[in-house]
Ligand binder design. Structure first.
Ligand SMILES: NC(=O)c1ccc[n+]([C@@H]2O[C@H](COP(=O)([O-])OP(=O)(O)OC[C@H]3O[C@@H](n4cnc5c(N)ncnc54)[C@H](O)[C@@H]3O)[C@@H](O)[C@H]2O)c1
Length: 280
């Protein structure tokens, strides 16, 4: 069902690659709510992504590839976006993340710093680059909304999330600080801290299934899926949230406010009793 929340709004959505990408669901929801947008992803995804399909099902959205760590690419992207729409845009969605050290299987205590620089650049500094390029090209309108996707690893250590804990902390700080700097233009910048979600980035993590199940059993509402994350994102892109900025907003079924749940106690009690049986 459409509420027409984004009717007349134009934007750029970064990070949709295949059907499971959270940004894919966001693009579908934004289209449903009446927005028009450019889809963007790293040039390497041309080979294995499915953006042509997403473009078709969202009203022939233009696809402009850009490496989010390249200021040159981003400048070209926003210039082309401006000329496509014949004016400024009203929103940006940043759904970009990748850890080079996790991909290479290096433990947190043995990080390669070249890799770590790349991880921070792709997953966090790119938000700064994206906003800056949109301002330098005068593509971002007053009163617009920028949303980036984060994870609770920014506040609390999740062992297997490794350097991405640090990347998300930086991402959220950039959102706050840029949000402050753009307040006078009524541009708001927020992050959504999403539940573990079954996607390429999510499943690239060793122990992801356990993290997913743990969160699902701790959260009173269960894990939030990509479609509900997309709906929440739409609300932040809409005028209904025009006074919300510099926030990290948990979209996690209540996980961030729950210490322990009955459901998890039951599972652990059962596992522990089996353990004791084995020991005996
Ligand atoms: N999946 C989860 O469990 C989960 C939970 C919380 C937050 N998030 C965040 O959601 C966002 C989207 O991730 P996802 O889970 O949909 O996975 P995904 O792998 O589908 O999306 C990540 C995207 O980042 C893009 N990307 C990587 N390097 C890039 C670069 N240099 N330039 C431009 N784009 C680049 C990838 O091509 C990909 O499309 C990420 O920020 C991720 O950290 C994911």
């Amino acid at each position: 069902m459409s509420y027409g929340l984004l009717k007349g709004k134009k934007g750029v959505i970064f990070g949709a690659m295949i059907e499971t990408s959270i940004a894919w669901a966001i693009a579908e929801a934004a289209h449903r709510e009446g927005a028009q947008f450019v889809l963007s992803n790293a040039p390497v995804t041309k080979r294995f992504g499915n953006l042509t399909k997403l473009s078709e099902i969202t009203g022939n959205s233009p696809v402009i590839y850009a490496d989010a760590t390249s200021d040159e690419d981003l400048k070209t992207l926003f210039e082309e976006t401006k000329s496509h729409f014949g004016g400024q845009i009203d929103f940006i969605v940043h759904a970009i993340g990748q850890s080079i050290n996790i991909r290479k299987g290096l433990a947190y205590t043995e990080l390669d710093y070249e890799n770590m620089h790349k991880t921070l650049d792709i997953s966090a500094i790119s938000l700064h680059r994206v906003i800056r390029a949109s301002l330098d090209t005068e593509a971002l309108a007053d009163g617009s909304s920028v949303v980036a996707l984060s994870y609770i690893g920014a506040q609390r250590t999740f062992s297997k999330y490794s350097e991405m804990n640090d990347a998300k902390a930086l991402l959220e700080s950039i959102a706050r600080t840029y949000g402050y700097n753009l307040g006078k233009r009524k541009i708001r910048v927020n992050t959504i801290s999403q539940s573990p979600t079954i996607t390429v980035a999510g499943q690239g993590l060793k122990g992801f299934d356990a993290m997913f199940e743990f969160a699902n059993r701790v959260s009173p509402l269960g894990n939030a899926d990509a479609a509900s994350c997309a709906d929440y994102t739409v609300s932040l892109l809409s005028d209904l949230t025009r006074m919300v900025t510099m926030q990290n907003l948990f979209h996690d079924g209540g996980f961030s406010s729950t210490g322990m749940s009955d459901e998890l106690i039951l599972v652990l009690a059962e596992a522990l009793s089996k353990d004791e049986g084995n020991l005996g």
